[in-house]
Design a protein around this ligand. Structure first.
Ligand code: PDD
Length: 275
């Protein structure tokens, strides 16, 4: 697939980075994943806003305005020829001999554009299984950092247990999924963890808040426990790539009647109208 690195259009497989690159050596950078539907990047302004906030949070100067980055993204999408694709955008603290201290070099900005990867059809229609695992991440999960080791370890463990996603627990409360936000529905009300430093402030989560309000469904940003989840009528996860996906089972135990929930399906229907 097509890629971009520091001003050049490349193939996403090209070996382009020197070993002394800080994303590679330290995970010293931030990223975004953006979905393009029929040639249009969904909620692009929100993604750019989060990209700049993440960069600022790690004291990384992107060296480009959001307008300049948008121009690159749109050009790359057009060159890719894909109408439905996923953009991966990453910025790192650049290329410099390995040293923990910040170097005085420009940020490296890279991107790829690849055909969208959709949720498996069986899971889309029957709902996903999740596994509950301890949230072993740091205190700044709102930063979309390249450091994803706790996330990938949790997701892998969930996968090996036959689940699609790991749902993480910090101090007794569910925070979010390893690469998604997590919601339950109880007595017609949607609950999701508040947008503190302990979760990523998901763009699809913002879309759900908007749609819930449009549909007149109350949404509470309130932390809840695994017990409350098991007692819920339904559950779902959200992310750019998984969109709104019903969750029907956690740790082998059914949630609600073990079928995709009405509210999740209603939100997903609405989502498909918006994209
Ligand atoms: N993951 N929480 C975490 C930890 C995430 O990594 C993601 C997204 C989300 C959902 O955010 P959004 O709705 O903005 O995609 C929540 C992306 C897709 C990824 O790492 O591939």
């Amino acid at each position: 697939a097509i890629g971009y690195l520091n001003g050049k259009i490349i193939s996403s497989n090209d070996p382009v980075l020197p070993i002394d690159e800080r994303g590679h050596q330290f995970g010293d950078g931030v990223y975004e994943v953006i979905r393009v539907y029929n040639g249009r990047a969904f909620m692009m302004a929100e993604h750019m806003d989060r990209f700049f906030k993440s960069a600022e949070a790690i004291k990384l100067n992107l060296g480009k305005s959001s307008g300049e980055i948008l121009e690159i993204v749109h050009d790359l999408i057009e060159r890719s020829g894909f109408r439905d694709c996923d953009v991966y955008m990453q910025a790192t603290r650049g290329i410099a001999p390995r040293n923990h201290l910040f170097p005085n070099v420009p940020a490296s900005i890279s991107m790829t554009v690849k055909p969208s990867k959709y949720v498996d059809e069986e899971i889309r229609s029957n709902g996903a299984k999740v596994k509950l695992l301890p949230d072993e991440r740091w205190q700044n999960c709102w930063i979309k950092s390249l450091n994803l080791l706790p996330n990938i370890l949790a997701k892998q463990e969930a996968f090996e247990a036959g689940a699609l996603e790991a749902v993480l627990i910090r101090e007794g409360y569910i925070t979010e999924g390893s690469s998604s936000n997590f919601f339950i529905v109880k007595n017609g009300e949607i609950w999701t963890a508040p947008a503190t430093n302990h979760i990523l402030h998901g763009i699809t989560r913002i879309a759900v808040k908007e749609m819930a309000s449009e549909l007149g469904i109350p949404l509470r940003e309130q932390a809840f426990t695994p017990d409350e989840m098991f007692a819920a009528d339904e559950a779902f996860i959200t992310s750019t790539t998984q969109e709104i996906l019903p969750v029907v089972e956690a740790d082998g135990q059914k949630i609600g009647d073990g079928k995709p929930g009405k509210v999740a399906l209603k939100l997903y229907e609405r989502f498909l109208e918006k994209i």
